[in-house]
Ligand binder design. Structure first.
Ligand code: ADP
Length: 534
């Protein structure tokens, strides 16, 4: 813009020069013409110039010269001032002010220049402040970025360390699994095999090729009875069970190698179930020993039963006076002997029954049976024991139940076990409540006592073979720990369920239930040994 103005001013100056030069020239020309008009010869002309024109000519010349010197000086001075100011500015002096003391366009131009300088100065200051603030923001961001970078590097270092630890842990676990004495298979949620250790490869005759395949397609297992076992991993993982055990499992249904398969859940760090761990244990030796034990017990009990029955028969003969009249003291001794004999027969029967039930030789022969009358008979037998302890048996809520197809000896065994336990594990002069009712399509029996109860910590073991709870063994009550074990197998054979509720020092309630449709018959060589009073 300044340049444009400068151009305009120069054009005007040129105009002034032209006008300034032309005016005296015009006057001079008029004077020359005026004076030359009467001249007719060269000498006359020279005379005229010498005496008449010399002075005006000189005066015109001086005027032109003066104008030529003064006018440009007056006009170019402010322009030079402006030029100098521009030069100063170019050299870096920002505070240049042009002072032109006139009232023309040059003054306006100077004023514009000064305004422009001021604007430039203030814009420059603003720009500097802006640059300063942006630079400090940039520096701040840079520091933050550096901090974030350092933090990221630290996190990365931590992650690396954790990764290393996890790898180490994994290697440790793998080493443990590989060297464990039992066979181990790890499967994911879809039952696809992730890991197998050396032992399981030997036990199941498999190789690493099974990794990635589904366990159900790869490994076939059979029960003791030759029926294939379905290991439903998905169902197990969804269930609330923490462990599932497949006892006496065979890899080859005609083989003799027995395995115990334990299924447990496998969780990640977030406690989320991600698969299952299958522990395979060779129990062939245990099964053989168990069989031998059962056979021995069976033979021994059988051999013991005959002489014990003979002793009982002789004792009864003596007590009835068949061999002569006895005095009171003799009668008391014989009664004690008879009671001990009964207990021995009962123990032998229990042992015999256990070995028969375990060897699956027991037959189930359901007949249309009245549970009411069987219960009445059992209660009548139990009254002797109850009277000794002054225990009252209340028959509460015993419904008249229609006859159901059940095995009499099995039912009699279970009723007798549960009722005699209720009496045995109750304090003198307490009450027992017996109920028999129909619930839905089942018959449910219960016997409730307010006796010693079962300690909570031992309740899970109560149906185990030979198990007796601490609280009753401390009281020196007699027992074998076989009654409930037998009762459980009997219930399974009859198609029913057995369970209990108990609180130590408050009492227990034992239940069993069987479907109204009754039990299914089962082939076998033996029935249960006849129950005798405990
Ligand atoms: P036994 O009575 O010969 O010991 P059982 O198998 O019948 O064997 O019972 C196993 C154990 O269960 C008993 O020793 C006892 O600890 C506990 N038990 C069974 N019934 C009761 C009951 N009604 N009250 C308290 N404890 C009981």
């Amino acid at each position: 813009m300044v340049k444009r103005r400068q151009g305009k001013i120069q054009n005007r100056l040129l105009l002034w020069y032209i006008i300034g030069s032309l005016v005296p020239l015009i006057f001079l020309s008029i004077a020359v013409i005026f004076y030359l008009a009467p001249v007719t010869s060269w000498s006359g002309l020279l005379d005229l110039i010498e005496h008449t024109l010399l002075i005006p000519l000189l005066a015109s010349f001086i005027l032109i010269l003066t104008l030529a010197i003064i006018i440009p000086k007056e006009i170019t001075k402010p322009i030079s001032k402006l030029q100098a100011a521009v030069d100063k500015m170019v050299m870096g002096d920002k505070n240049v002010i042009v002072d032109i003391d006139s009232n023309d366009e040059l003054a306006a131009l100077a004023e514009g220049f000064n305004r422009m300088t001021k604007d430039i100065i203030s814009a420059r200051a603003g720009l500097q402040a802006d640059v300063k603030s942006r630079t400090s923001a940039l520096l701040k961001s840079n520091t933050e970025l550096q901090d974030s970078k350092t933090a990221m590097l630290n996190i990365l270092e931590d992650v690396e360390a954790e990764k290393f630890k996890a790898e180490e842990q994994r290697a440790k676990i793998e080493a443990i699994i590989t060297s464990i004495a039992d066979g181990v298979i790890v499967v994911d949620k879809n039952a696809d095999i992730i890991l197998v250790n050396e032992q399981v490869k030997k036990l199941l005759q498999i190789t690493d090729k099974v990794i990635g395949s589904n366990i159900c397609d790869t490994i076939k297992l059979y029960g003791d009875d030759g029926v294939q076992i379905k290991m439903d991993i998905g169902k197990f993982l969804e269930s609330k069970k923490s462990l599932e055990v497949f006892d006496r499992t065979l890899v080859d249904k005609n083989g003799s190698q027995y395995l115990e398969i334990n299924l447990s859940k496998y969780k990640n760090i977030g406690d989320k179930i991600v698969g299952a761990i299958i522990v395979v244990r060779d129990i062939t030796r245990n099964v053989e020993i168990d069989k031998m034990k059962s056979e021995f017990v069976s033979v021994a009990s059988h051999q013991l039963r005959t002489p014990l029955s003979a002793v009982r028969w002789f004792l009864e003969m003596l007590l009835e006076g068949d061999l002569g009249k006895l005095n009171d003291e003799q009668i008391d001794v014989l009664k004690d002997a008879l009671e001990s004999n009964s207990r021995m027969i009962s123990l032998v029967n229990d042992l015999l029954n256990v070995s028969r039930l375990e060897s699956a030789k027991i037959k189930v022969e359901p007949i249309l049976l009245s549970l009411n009358s069987l219960l009445k008979t059992t209660l009548k037998e139990a009254t002797v024991l109850a009277k000794e302890k002054k225990i009252k048996i209340n028959i509460d809520g015993v419904e008249d139940i229609a006859k159901i197809k059940l095995d009499k000896s099995l039912m009699s065994q279970i009723l007798q076990n549960l009722i005699s336990n209720a009496i045995k594990y109750s304090s003198n002069e307490s009450d027992i409540i017996v109920t028999l009712k129909t619930i839905g399509n089942e018959v449910q029996f219960s016997v409730k006592d307010s006796g010693y109860g079962i300690p909570l910590g031992e309740q899970s073991r109560i149906f185990e073979k030979f198990f007796r709870a601490d609280n009753v063994t401390r009281m020196e009550t007699e027992g074998t720990g076989l009654g409930l074990y037998i009762s459980k197998i009997v219930m399974e054979l009859s198609g029913g369920k057995i369970w209990f509720e108990s609180e130590e020092r408050k009492g227990s309630t034992f239940y069993f239930s069987i479907p109204l449709e009754g039990s299914k018959p089962k082939e076998g060589s033996r029935s249960l040994a006849q129950v005798t009073s405990k």
